[in-house]
Ligand binder design. Structure first.
Ligand SMILES: Cc1ncc(COP(=O)(O)O)c(C=O)c1O
Length: 371
């Protein structure tokens, strides 16, 4: 069965992690030690940001950034086409989500959608953008300029966007802070984990305090000065992050090659897909294909399974404005029309850094049969 997830660790990398785990356990330095610091430094360098601060998840990273921006009681624009976590983080931080629609071409908003949302909500405090599937839209630099000109903060949810780059800038380095996820299914993983990227030293210091029970200045001892949380990454996870980060570009390259192997068939069959050709590098966390037929996504999933292909989740089949938990978040149907129409009409073939030629063959024959 072609699977949608793949843990990209070789036997020698596993042996290395085992050895380092032994070392970490023997020394007893289990948190906020040398591997956490090294992982943060190398992640900052990779993204081109001045600072990177690790946390236990992207959800907590988002909530920390939103708290830092003082969103309590204020409106924050967020795409309706996103994971639960983006909207939940705004609510947990006391903010009011305002949904943005998406374009059919990229499944993310664009400058026009943001301007429209701002015109309708001039009291917006800022924007929590989400690079769905790892896609940074072609006009994202203008989005960042627009936010600056209107005094809106711009935070980037980069949970899907490891390695994604538009022109010379990596995801998480366009605005006022980025939040990455290292959850098990992501492009790189620490099993659970997250990271904030920023160029602001005060923000980085706040995050370091906020993830560690509000202790400013040092990790251990001292007074609690911020109403923070226990949201640290462990040293073992940080070491795993170092191993994964070292091969991130290689893993993304393998995803891209799998996408490249599929695209000619899609073009031949006139199947629309989200084309990331305008980006310098796209994470290819998910490859979004539009479906014009009559079957539901569940029926398509069952059919693909018959062909030995397990379709993973889409991004996202059910946008947030339809999620039961967000029932109390107001929205205008006319402002989420594209997401409403196209979210339930896409699939993501199972492409990972472990996709083989034989997997591609199976995916292609399922597409030939059902599209
Ligand atoms: C877009 C997006 N943001 C945030 C998150 C939350 O990540 P984490 O599980 O690390 O909290 C996810 C997780 O799936 C996600 O897809």
């Amino acid at each position: 069965m072609v699977k949608p997830f793949y843990l990209d660790l070789t036997e020698s990398e596993i042996a290395d992690i085992q050895e380092k785990t032994g070392e970490i356990l023997r020394t007893g330095n289990l948190i906020l030690g040398k591997y956490t610091e090294q992982f943060e430094n190398e992640f900052a360098r990779y993204t081109g940001c001045e600072y990177a601060v690790s946390l236990n998840s992207c959800t907590s990273a988002l909530q920390t950034l939103l708290t830092l921006k003082g969103v309590r009681g204020r409106k924050v624009a967020v795409p309706t086409n996103t994971n639960f976590a983006s909207v939940a983080a705004i609510l947990h931080a006391g903010g009011q989500p305002v949904y943005m629609d998406m374009t059919r071409d990229f499944f993310v908003p664009d400058l026009e959608i943001l301007k429209f949302t701002y015109d309708k909500n001039p009291e917006l405090a800022g924007v929590l953008w989400v690079h769905i599937a790892g896609i940074i839209p072609p006009d994202f630099e203008e989005v960042a300029e627009f936010c600056k000109s209107k005094n809106l903060f711009l935070l980037e949810d980069c949970a899907h966007a490891h390695g994604s780059q538009l022109n010379s800038t990596k995801a998480g380095n366009f605005g006022d802070g980025g939040a990455y996820s290292f959850f098990t299914t992501k492009v790189m993983t620490t099993i659970e984990g997250g990271m904030i990227t920023t160029n602001n030293p005060e923000d980085a210091a706040f995050v370091k305090s906020y993830r560690n029970q509000g202790k400013r200045g040092g990790n251990f001892g001292g007074l609690h000065q911020d109403l923070g949380n226990s949201w640290r990454l462990s040293e073992i996870e940080a070491y795993m992050g170092l191993v994964q980060l070292a091969k991130l570009d290689e893993m993304v390259g393998r995803r891209q090659r799998a996408v490249d192997a599929l695209v000619p068939l899609l073009k031949e069959k006139n199947i629309d897909f989200c084309d990331t050709g305008h980006m310098q590098q796209a994470s290819q966390y998910k490859f979004i294909m539009l479906y014009k037929g009559e079957l539901s996504v569940d029926e398509l999933k069952a059919n693909f399974k018959e062909e030995d292909v397990a379709l993973g989740g889409g991004v996202y089949e059910v946008p947030c404005h339809l999620q039961p938990v967000f029932e109390s978040v107001p929205f205008d149907e006319n402002h989420v029309k594209v997401a409403h129409k196209f979210c339930p009409k896409h699939i993501c073939p199972p492409i990972t850094s472990g996709t083989t030629d034989s997997d591609i063959g199976k995916i292609k024959s399922a597409i030939q049969k059902y599209f």
